[in-house]
Write a protein that binds this ligand. Structure first.
Ligand code: PSV
Ligand code: MN
Ligand code: MN
Length: 385
């Protein structure tokens, strides 16, 4: 049995800068009072989430949404607030040039432009001290025959190779897959198998990102987790919840049982410890609910799923599995899932000098009222308009 308390104390969850900004669907972006007006204020909100949860000390940036003149200054500002800058997310999906794709575009000029952006992201990482470059491509086609599927894979591989060769010793590529959207017929990195094959070809500094919202309904995500961990090719998570497609709702809101099953495979694969190098991020947006408390809720949902995964009685489970006792094995699993781990987490928080109830503590803190009073004219995350 793992040291449950130590594992929960050591757990780290990275929050995304864009989740603090206004967002919406393609139908409407809803503005909320008090949202950040610039990357500095997004970092301040992320530091607030860390202050109440104690497990979210890093912030993911999206470039150029979070473009600033001096990234060293932004990193220093973050450090002053007790957080550091984490993964840099590239953006090759919001330019007219990318209508037919970015790095897979049939036009070499557009491919050059997209690849140059990815290289610029590595420059940002050099300035912020970030180790991870997260690549998500909206590339694909809408109609059969529109472009050559094989050639697009060749173009993708060439761009990835160029970026990979530019990485520093401690830097990685995290390649994210997504089944569909915005392309509707083919997507150039649609699934974990495609991402796995490309990262394998690239080398050890390239790994796969699992975004929990990017699969077909019914996909067994925990199987993908187990498989990629076994191959040392799982680099990061983008956690969120989905009911229909890429809904980007709060992690653990739609299907806490799935989150538990995923966290069980993480624990089973020895990947919870930050030393394992797996980055656990949120990738969400909060269109209709207040952002900071929704992010705190996502963090505590992940903590609860993790605590349940940690208390699975491994000896009893192994014995039942060895005996082929299907019902006993399943009962061990379900016992852990059905346990109330909230008192344990509250105790651990109190031991660390945190309020045992981060939700109530945030509400009482007056931070929400303060940002509403101070920030007029908050910005949109850069998408969903
Ligand atoms: C794409 O749906 C995605 O999950 C990628 O991670 C992007 O970078 C992120 O959403 C923000 O749009
Ligand atoms: Mn994502
Ligand atoms: Mn997504």
């Amino acid at each position: 049995m793992p040291d449950v308390r130590a594992a929960l104390r050591a757990q780290r969850i990275e929050t995304p800068s864009w989740a603090y900004a206004n967002s919406g669907t393609r139908f409407k972006v809803f503005s909320q009072a008090g949202v950040p007006r610039d990357p500095y204020e997004k970092i301040a909100d992320a530091a607030t989430v860390h202050r109440f949860t104690g497990v979210a000390p890093t912030v993911s940036l999206h470039y150029p949404w979070d473009a600033v003149d001096d990234f060293g200054k932004l990193a220093a500002y973050a450090q002053d607030l007790g957080v550091t800058l984490g993964v840099v997310n590239s953006n090759v999906f919001q330019d007219d040039d990318y209508k037919l794709g970015s790095v897979t575009n049939p036009d070499p000029r557009v491919r050059r432009k997209a690849t140059d952006h990815l290289l610029a992201c590595v420059d940002v990482m050099d300035a912020t001290g970030s180790q991870d470059l997260k690549l998500w491509f909206s590339d694909g086609t809408n109609y059969p025959g529109q472009d050559d599927i094989r050639s697009r894979q060749d173009r993708l591989a060439a761009a990835l190779r160029e970026v990979y060769d530019r990485l520093g010793d401690d830097q990685r590529i995290l390649l994210e897959y997504k089944l569909f959207e915005p392309a509707f017929y083919t997507t150039d990195v649609p699934d974990w198998g495609t991402a796995y094959a490309h990262t394998l070809e690239l080398g050890p500094k390239a790994q796969v990102v699992i975004d929990t919202g990017h699969h077909a309904p019914g996909t067994n995500i925990e199987f993908i987790v187990a498989f990629l961990l076994r191959q040392a090719k799982l680099g990061a998570f983008d956690f969120n919840s989905r009911f229909y497609a890429d809904d980007d709702l709060m992690a653990g809101a739609a299907d806490p049982f799935q989150l538990f099953r995923i966290m069980y495979e993480i624990v089973r694969g020895g990947a919870l410890d930050p030393a394992s190098g797996i980055t656990f991020m949120l990738d969400q947006c909060h269109n209709i609910e207040a952002k900071i408390p929704a992010i705190i809720r996502s963090v505590t949902n992940i903590q609860e799923a993790t605590a349940k995964a940690l208390i699975v009685d491994g000896d009893a489970l192994a014995a039942a599995q060895a005996q082929g006792d299907v019902l006993a094995a399943n009962a061990v699993f379900m016992d852990a899932f059905s346990s109330d781990v909230r008192p344990l987490l509250a105790e651990i928080r109190a031991e660390q000098g945190l309020d045992p109830d981060p939700h109530a503590a945030y509400k009482r803190s007056g931070y929400a009222e303060k940002i509403v009073a101070e920030r007029i004219g908050g910005v949109q995350a850069g998408w969903g308009a």
